[in-house]
Design a binder for this molecule. Structure first.
Ligand code: MN
Length: 128
């Protein structure tokens, strides 16, 4: 069975693109449209990696990452922050919240999957 990835992303087009790219590479994809749903799906599906949009309604990605890190069994799962902000300090903020990687939008379909796969190395904070 392939590895599973959870996408927490409120933008339908981005969700569709990421799902398409990952499924084409054999991943099992779960998705959620906001942080609360994302936490529920993460608990239920125990994904091998989480792609976490930072700009989410109600509960932002930083808060979601902090919450995920409190959950037994999800405390070590790689979490890759995805953001369209290009603000100084965002990467550090994502890492401080518990993310293990960071990628900026727009997503490049030609490099996206290979970039994400770098994040499977456990507990290594990397700029992707
Ligand atoms: Mn968003």
């Amino acid at each position: 069975m392939g590895r599973s990835i959870l996408i927490i992303e409120d933008n339908e087009q981005n969700r569709y693109l990421v799902t398409f790219l990952l499924e084409r590479h054999g991943y099992i994809v779960h998705s959620a449209i906001d942080g609360m749903q994302g936490i529920d799906v993460a608990r239920a599906s125990s994904p091998d990696l989480i792609l976490l949009d930072i700009q989410l309604p109600a509960m932002d990605g930083y808060a979601v990452a902090r919450a995920l890190r409190q959950i037994t069994g999800l405390d070590a799962v790689p979490i890759v922050a995805v953001t369209s902000y290009a603000m100084p300090g965002d990467r550090e903020r994502a890492i401080a919240a518990g993310c293990t990687g960071y990628i900026e939008k727009p997503i490049d379909p030609t490099t996206f999957v290979s970039t994400i796969e770098l994040a499977f190395a456990p507990r290594t904070a990397v700029t992707l």
